[in-house]
Design a protein around this ligand. Structure first.
Ligand code: FMN
Length: 358
């Protein structure tokens, strides 16, 4: 500071005309320094904008938001939403006779186009069975909707023997006791004995165990029962290595993993702006169930984050054959647990910090 002050005084005395120039240079220099300081933030912000743009573009492309023509998955999701509205209505304590008239109309019309374009698969049949349960409920309560009955009958006739036939749909009568009996398990120990495992044996995980776990995870709740989650399984060493090379959290144990799973969520199941983040919720919940299901089968798992930028997301999608309409939620490393191993303690916060009782 002292040197700079002396220099200024010397310049001022020797070259008075240079003083304004020096001042101007100083101001410009300071502005440049400020700009340079701001540069990393500006770069991050523009990258963030591009990444939001990537999510935005994918949601616009694949959700059924304002679409005039639907893909099979989109139409199936819309049908599922509506038949589920009927099931929900019928599951109330006192359903209103004739409830959901508009939903029923829309469902019938969507079912008719679905049948014409794709045929009545299990989703179509479940929807039809739900409509029939609705018809019966109204009839038992004194309202006989003949037109609805005719429409259901016409659609029913189109189900051919080669279709997978299902009787599901509508409501199920259960007792509290049956739920309590089935849920009577010591869950606290089960939860507390699940750790993220980062050390596996060389024993291969049988694919039947993965299938069993995925089947169990299918019971995960999802928005309007739309079931948008999918699981990709990688078994071959070369494939696992390739897929894991895009993920930065498996260093030191990735090579021991018997199966690598990629959990995805299909954006074609979402219909409105409000649902723009729904895939992360439904996909995340599904992944959690899958992890607990694998835990219940005695397998070790470690979630592997997929918090990546668009370029890497695109690359993995291509390498792993993940459909363009799907968002990648996370990977899961699966393997057999060795007899003895170390786990990270990962202590949890105090309950009072996260539980707000009002
Ligand atoms: C979405 C998600 C991503 C994760 N990614 C990684 C990862 O890349 N590598 C890793 O070693 N652990 C990963 N974990 C594991 C967490 O570190 C771990 O769940 C946390 O520390 C709690 O420990 P616990 O699972 O043993 O209870 C991830 C967990 C979640 C939920």
């Amino acid at each position: 500071m002292e040197v700079s002050r002396k220099l200024k005084t010397a310049i001022g005395k020797s070259f008075p005309a240079a003083v304004p120039l020096v001042r101007q240079f100083k101001t410009q220099f300071e502005t440049l320094v400020k700009l340079l300081n701001f540069l990393p933030l500006a770069v991050s912000m523009s990258q963030l904008t591009f990444n939001y743009g990537y999510d935005f573009q994918r949601f616009c492309k694949w959700s059924s938001l304002k679409k005039k023509k639907y893909s099979r998955t989109q139409l199936r999701a819309l049908i599922t939403m509506d038949y589920h509205r009927i099931e929900k209505g019928l599951a109330l304590k006192e359903p209103r006779v004739g409830f959901g008239e508009n939903v029923v109309k829309r469902l019938l019309s969507n079912l008719q186009s679905y049948q014409q374009t794709f045929g009545l698969d299990t989703t179509g049949q479940i929807a039809l069975n739900s409509l029939f349960a609705y018809y019966n409920f109204n009839r038992e309560n004194g309202v006989n909707d003949d037109l609805l009955y005719q429409n259901i009958s016409v659609l029913r006739k189109t189900i051919i023997d080669s279709n997978e036939i299902t009787n599901c749909g509508g409501i199920l009568k259960v007792t509290k006791q049956s739920i309590l009996d089935a849920a009577k398990i010591e869950l606290k120990n089960f939860f507390e004995s699940r750790y993220s495992i980062r050390h596996f044996t060389s024993e291969e995980v049988d694919i039947s165990l993965i299938k069993q776990a995925v089947k169990m995870a299918q019971k995960t709740p999802s928005v309007c029962n739309r079931q948008s989650s999918k699981v990709y399984v990688f078994t071959e060493d070369e494939d696992k290595k390739k897929v894991l090379s895009y993920q930065n959290g498996n260093r030191g144990f990735g090579d021991q993993v018997s199966k690598v799973l990629i959990v995805t969520c299909d954006l074609e199941h979402f219909v409105s702006i409000g649902e723009r983040n729904q895939c992360w919720i439904d996909g995340g919940m599904f992944a959690m169930s899958l992890i607990y299901a694998l835990h219940s089968l005695g397998l070790g798992t470690c979630c592997l984050n997929w918090s990546v930028e668009l370029e890497i997301d695109r690359e993995l999608r291509m390498v792993a054959g993940v459909g363009d309409s799907e968002a990648i939620i996370m990977m899961i490393a699966v393997g057999h647990i060795p007899e003895q191993l170390n786990i990270a303690q990962s202590p949890r916060k105090r309950l009072e910090e996260i539980l707000i009782v009002n």
